[in-house]
Design a binder for this molecule. Structure first.
Ligand SMILES: [Zn+2]
Length: 101
């Protein structure tokens, strides 16, 4: 067993591992038709979507704890909508990622 650099996330991992423990990149299969570029793109998109979804959820929670004055209903509805769309795209991205893994 030796330590190698994971092609997916560039962390040090054991070469005996089936897949990278942190990003799930299949290490035993990395010489096959596996699309590294697509994998990285989807991973980056997933992180971005998670950040946006997290921020929206945080804003919604704050709005629930301290309801804003009248006239702020529309921005909150917009944030809610962005949150739902982000969640939906995130599910699709996760599914695409599972397909290429
Ligand atoms: Zn990795």
């Amino acid at each position: 067993m030796a330590i190698i650099t994971c092609p997916g996330c560039e962390r040090d991992v054991w070469d005996g591992e089936e897949a990278c423990p942190s990003c799930k990149y299949p290490l035993q299969d990395s010489t096959s038709k596996y699309n590294l570029e697509l994998f990285r793109k989807l991973k980056t998109r997933l992180v971005l979507l998670s950040t946006v979804a997290g921020s929206c959820l945080f804003a919604l929670l704050i709005a629930m704890i301290r309801p804003p004055a009248d006239g702020y209903g529309i921005p909150i509805a917009t944030v809610g909508l962005i949150y739902l769309v982000t969640l939906y795209v995130r599910i699709i991205t996760k599914r695409n990622l599972a397909d290429i893994e």
